[in-house]
Design a protein around this ligand. Structure first.
Ligand code: UD1
Ligand code: CA
Length: 458
């Protein structure tokens, strides 16, 4: 092992015009996280000393999403080589400092290829750390359909002689199925020097990053090749590509969730976010959606058609079918939340139950409290949000409106159909309804009168 350090450049200056979007391409989410976030997460596993994201002018939101990675601006989109050159100034102090030390490698990756794995990036880095390592390493793959990818031409020793872009390739070269994935790795100083020499006399009039391989080869600097599965380098250029990448990512996440001890009864219908955390012996029935920020404890049962985001679900909870947990929902151990219950910014204590047709927003519900069908916390007065506090063991009768701010004490009972506007003391019974009147025989008389009228007109 050498003690070379690593810096990373992520190319993200492409306009992505085929996305037909106001959102920069690399900010389009895959599994609830921007594509760029996936790339940066993979890269972070290599513990680089610096990561620079190359953006186009005005891409401030990309820069914000990239933080704490730094950004460099490529003023015009003149090609992948030109894009890497844009990071030169930012990295110059590190390149200079590395000269006296073990050296600095530079890894280039694409921001629109979110499926690249830490394993593959690790193999690229490892290829540069062997004794007699090549000066450069390129990442290649063998797709079923090589389409318009750059072709990798190897020399007799199996080193990269050059990479020919599809637009510049002759028919023999187009027949090669070893394709350039895009990412490459090499000594940072050397790489920047070669990039500075790139021309643009090619079919697309661009500064091709890939041309560094022929320049290096001509100087007797060998370049090795690392191969990876084609699916990892699926790039996103269109919404259709985005859907394809999403599909692969979902498969990975489902496999990981199952490997960690969750049962997905029908995996293909469960949609997960990159950060979804499912505990052991969790069962997820068909058709459940996990948005970002969901943590689920052990032995939880999530029944069909639940929608969760930003929620914390404790051990042994039973959820759904048809439950909705919005951001800030926190369910304590053994809580039950049933059909058509919506919970937002609210905590349910251990063993609390809200089983039917309820909205709990900006609320705290104590342990073992029972929230009857049709209970609504009226948390919004048209201007401000207010909290509802429900004590442990309280019982809220069906069709109760709790007009916040309001509290119901421990062990209190609220009679069905009440509109509660004042605090209820612990162990009290609150009832707020108009008195019932039973008029004897009136229904029958009305029915008879109606019938008579109907007979007259027909
Ligand atoms: C590139 C490779 C090709 C490879 C393919 C794999 C080059 C010259 N060609 O082609 O061999 O098979 O990827 O997908 O490298 N970008 C910038 N600034 C620019 C141009 C591009 O930041 O001026 C970024 C893009 O946002 C994108 C990445 O670089 O993330 C790749 O650019 P793209 O135009 O998609 O390269 P390809 O032509 O597909
Ligand atoms: Ca591309």
């Amino acid at each position: 092992m050498s003690d070379r350090k690593l810096a990373v450049v992520v190319l993200a200056a492409g306009k992505g015009s085929r996305m037909k979007s106001d959102l920069p391409k690399v900010l389009h989410p895959v599994a609830g996280r921007p594509m760029l976030g996936h790339v940066l997460a993979s890269v972070a596993t290599l513990a680089p000393v610096e990561t620079v994201v190359v953006v186009a002018p005005g891409m401030d939101d990309v820069a914000a999403a990239a933080a704490p990675a730094r950004c460099a601006v490529q003023d015009r989109p003149l090609g992948t080589g030109h894009a890497v050159a844009a990071a030169r100034e930012t990295l110059a102090p590190l390149v200079a400092a590395a000269k006296g030390q073990g050296g600095l490698d530079l890894l280039v990756v694409f921001g629109d290829c979110p499926l690249i794995t830490p394993d593959t990036l690790g193999r690229l880095v490892a290829a540069r750390q062997e004794p007699k390592a090549p000066d450069f390493v390129g990442l290649a793959f063998r797709p079923a359909d090589p389409a318009a990818y750059g072709r990798v031409i190897l020399d007799a020793k199996g080193r990269i002689e050059k990479i020919v872009e599809f637009a510049d390739a002759d028919s023999a070269q187009r027949g090669i199925n070893l394709c350039n994935a895009g990412p490459l790795l090499g000594d940072a100083g050397l790489l920047f020097d070669l990039i500075a020499r790139l021309g643009s006399h090619n079919a697309q009039g661009e500064h091709y990053l890939t041309d560094i391989f022929s320049l290096a080869h001509a100087e007797g600097r060998p370049a090795g090749v690392v191969e990876c599965p084609a699916e990892e380098v699926l790039g996103v250029n269109s919404r259709a590509d985005l859907a394809l990448v999403e599909g692969v990512m979902q498969q990975r996440l489902r496999r990981a969730a199952m490997a960690a001890g969750a049962t997905l009864v029908d995996p293909a219908t469960v949609w997960l976010s990159a950060d979804t955390a499912l505990g052991r012996d969790v069962t997820v029935q068909p058709s459940v959606f996990f948005g970002p920020g969901v943590t689920v404890g052990d032995r939880v049962e999530i029944r069909s058609f639940c929608h969760l985001e930003g929620a914390e679900v404790g051990d042994d909870v039973v959820l759904g079918p048809y439950a909705r947990l919005r951001p800030g929902a926190r369910l304590g151990r053994g809580a039950h939340v049933g059909n058509f219950v919506e919970i937002k910014n609210a905590e349910l204590g251990e063993g609390a139950k809200a089983n039917h047709l309820t909205y709990l927003g900006d609320a705290t519900v104590g342990a073992a409290a029972n929230i009857g069908a049709g209970t609504i916390t009226c948390n919004y007065d048209g201007f401000l949000k207010h909290r509802t506090e429900i004590g442990a063991g309280a019982f809220i009768g069906s069709n109760t409106a709790l007009v916040a701010p309001v509290s119901v004490g421990e062990g209190a009972l609220v009679a069905a159909g009440s509109t509660i506007t004042q605090d209820v003391p612990a162990d009290a019974l609150a009832i707020e309804r108009s008195e019932q009147e039973n008029r004897k025989g009136l229904a029958a008389r009305l029915r008879a009168r109606g019938k008579a009228r109907k007979n007259k007109t027909s």
